[in-house]
Design a protein around this ligand. Sequence first.
Ligand code: HEC
Ligand code: HEC
Length: 256
Amino acid sequence: MKPRAALLAVLALAATVARAEIPEAERRSGYHDMGPSVQAMQDDDAANPGTLWLLQGEALWDRRQGAAAKSCADCHGAASGLAGVAARYPAFSGVSSRPIDLEQRINLCRTDNQKADAWAYESRELLSLSAYVARQSRDLPIAPPADPRLAPFLAAGADLFARRQGQLNLSCAQCHDDNHGKKLAAATIPQAHPTGYPIYRLEWQSLGSLQRRLRNCLIGMRAEPYAYGAPEYVDLELYLMSRARGMPLEAPGVRP
Ligand code: HEC
Ligand code: HEC
């Protein structure tokens, strides 16, 4: 599709009548919108490029670092002990007085427990350890915590999802609630469930976080993306996890 035709297709989406949130029985992971070859790549650890990051994450888990000279394993034991953790993040942090996502939680252990510098967002190290921690929750259902302190942030995320923004004056919901399954240029619009993160995206030729994915969508909407780590992303992540409640985690997923 030519750029102009793609733009017209987007504007046609905006004109559609808003539906409500997707009923639970109709929810589907982006996995089911991909072709069989990309699905096979995700399913087979030997073919899933995310495995390279997992291996590095496994090595980092055991490496003593920072002024405390402690490894993740020194405090947490086997990584399998963190099974289920990725399925219930973002979670409320007393330190930040707001929810933090899994990457931010890992960085908190870097700075407070290892006494080392925080890793940059999207750095190889942070992605590797997030993938390794998330992998421990593969096939477990997404289970956002029932923590009343999260309520205002969840509401803010839901609000952001429904808010029209950017030069195209589109909301996330217009694509992902109202027009999922339709084609946009070469892509099928998925329902936007955060089941596979961090994902190996073929377009990126790299692993990337959910924040990077959200950033891509904001740029697609011709909206100003937030800086990595911005509270808006975490609120959106919180809402997406709550919207995907009960769906199994696939991390590390593969996406086109
Ligand atoms: C113009 C339509 C459109 C809008 C508006 C849009 N997206 Fe997307 N989004 C897409 C498409 C298309 C994809 C899949 C991209 C691909 O495969 O190339 C996607 C992918 C995603 C995914 C990845 C799902 C998966 O299976 O991994 C998430 C999460 C997501 N979007 C969230 C959002 C959020 C949050 C917003 C609002 C800030 C938003 N999107 C706005 C079209 C849109
Ligand atoms: C000095 C001990 C120590 C080290 C080293 C450490 N952690 Fe932690 N970690 C903790 C403690 C204590 C908590 C629980 C904090 C709390 O309950 O709020 C925690 C919490 C976590 C959580 C959230 C668990 C949950 O149930 O919400 C994750 C994920 C995590 N750590 C990952 C890591 C990773 C990855 C590393 C290595 C980079 C690491 N930690 C290094 C002590 C440590």
